[in-house]
Design a protein around this ligand. Structure first.
Ligand SMILES: Cc1cc2nc3c(=O)[nH]c(=O)nc-3n(C[C@H](O)[C@H](O)[C@H](O)COP(=O)(O)OP(=O)(O)OC[C@H]3O[C@@H](n4cnc5c(N)ncnc54)[C@H](O)[C@@H]3O)c2cc1C
Length: 418
């Protein structure tokens, strides 16, 4: 059978794969998404904190992170952990991370991160006009309990304003006026007005519905373990459910992408960054704004009548075991910042686990594989995958169409560590 020149197969049906499918369909591609999991299972995208974050222009690899991380290693309830392992991949990733945790790197990438997040925010708003998925554009509060943290966040706010973002330093009383629905035990906060939030499961359902309405196919229970390529082109991907050939391919397999692309000779240093979320369906108080409990690194997001607390970054392996001490760390942080909440409010709440795809320099991998004309990689978004979903989908589609990407992608090249 003759292959359509616009036939596209995407491996991975998380927020990156589905966003890519949507924008490619809009450009007339014939799209099939393959995912080895069932809907809402096995992906990092379904129950994350749902924040859209222009305020996150500092990559994970930044000055001070290593010292803080080392101190946290000794605390079982801390928000950061590296699982000890003899893995060479982890050692290489750690070495690259240390190479990038400096001011020069942060300054080199913050403008592009800000641009990507702002464009993605614009696309979220455009998508919300077509189909309401509950996007809330009220901003985000960085809640600080100590004056030292508040001073650090004031400096971030200053940098944000230099990038053209709206960021305002608030004392505790002014922060309370902005979100009177919740009592907060804080020294002050920074309000990032452009940040937004949503329920990620609702957003994914909206994307999935549109993809099907536009004629795209999403095939679940379809693991892919082989990429067939010859003469500079991929001809098919295959696994136990069959072989799928096409003209174009995108790998958007989240944390698991490294193993797949190794077959085509691409080294994609990446670690899984395990995190948890806990969702209270009847919270004692329901804030209107999303917030980050800055010292504790816990994200808090109202989703309809529910309230979600999310946190922890446990580096290493594809393991989804739940560590009760880390979950306890999230709960204890919640009651420290929000005195009307009690530990017992969290009794019986099942933690959700997600594996973030974390690159060592804190930048996504987005681009063509140099030796293969028709293979694009889109992964490594770490803590910003939801936020950067739409812009990633749009940029991947521009690459498929051989257009000059609307945002420079040099710092995101998937071959930058090869
Ligand atoms: C606790 C927590 C809170 C977070 N909060 C936020 C937030 O507020 N804002 C934000 O922007 N980001 C947040 N994130 C990060 C965000 O969730 C991730 O960056 C994002 O979900 C990654 O999306 P993805 O599509 O790359 O990967 P995934 O969502 O993991 O999707 C990859 C998909 O590929 C499939 N797959 C993998 N390998 C194969 C294969 N070989 N064959 C077939 N299918 C395959 C998997 O089954 C999976 O469905 C959070 C993450 C966590 C853990």
């Amino acid at each position: 059978m003759q292959q359509s020149p616009k036939e596209l197969v995407i491996v991975g049906g998380g927020v990156i794969g589905l966003s890519t499918a949507y924008y490619a369909l809009k450009e007339g591609y014939d799209v099939t998404v393959l995912d080895r999991s069932l809907p809402h299972e096995g992906s990092c995208s379904s129950a994350n904190a749902g924040m859209i974050v222009p305020s996150h222009f500092t990559p994970l690899a930044a000055p001070g992170v290593i010292g803080k991380g080392l101190r946290w290693l000794l605390d079982k309830e801390s928000p950061f952990y590296v699982r000890p392992s003899l893995s060479l991949q982890l050692a290489h990733w750690g070495w690259l991370f240390c190479q990038h945790a400096n001011q020069t790197h942060v300054e080199a990438v913050r403008e592009v991160l800000c641009k990507l997040n702002l464009e993605s925010r614009r696309l979220f708003q455009e998508l919300a006009r077509e189909d309401d998925f509950g996007l809330q554009s009220r901003g985000l509060l960085m809640l600080c309990q100590s004056q030292k943290t508040l001073d650090e966040e004031a400096e971030v706010a200053h940098q944000a304003r230099e990038l053209g973002l709206k960021a305002e330093l608030l004392d505790a009383a002014t922060a309370s006026k902005l979100d009177p629905n919740i009592e907060m035990n804080i020294a002050g906060a920074v309000h990032f007005a452009e940040d937004c939030h949503l329920d990620p499961a609702r957003f994914l359902a909206s994307l999935g519905k549109r993809i099907e309405q536009m004629g795209g196919k999403i095939i679940h229970n379809c693991p892919i373990d082989k990429i067939t390529f010859r003469d500079g082109k991929v001809s098919a991907v295959s696994g136990s459910s069959g072989t799928f050939d096409a003209r174009h391919f995108v790998i958007a397999g989240g944390s698991w992408s490294t193993d797949l692309v190794r077959q085509v000779g691409l080294k994609l240093p990446m670690q899984s960054g395990k995190g948890y979320s806990l969702t209270l369906s009847h919270p004692t108080q329901l804030p209107q704004l999303c917030s980050i409990l800055t010292e504790a690194k816990v994200a808090v997001t109202p989703m309809g009548n529910s309230l979600r607390f999310a946190g922890t970054m446990e580096i290493g392996g594809h393991n989804t075991d739940i560590n009760p001490a880390r979950v306890r760390g999230i709960v204890k942080a919640a009651i420290r910042y929000f005195p009307n909440f009690k530990i017992s409010d969290f009794d019986g709440i099942e933690p959700w686990v997600g594996l973030r795809p974390v690159s060592p320099d804190g930048m996504p991998y987005l681009g063509k594989v140099p030796s293969l004309d028709n293979l694009v990689v889109a992964t490594g978004h770490a803590m910003m995958g939801l936020s950067l979903g739409p812009v990633t989908g749009k940029l991947v589609t521009e690459l498929l169409m051989m257009r000059r990407p609307s945002i420079g992608l040099n710092s995101l090249s998937p071959s930058r560590f090869s």
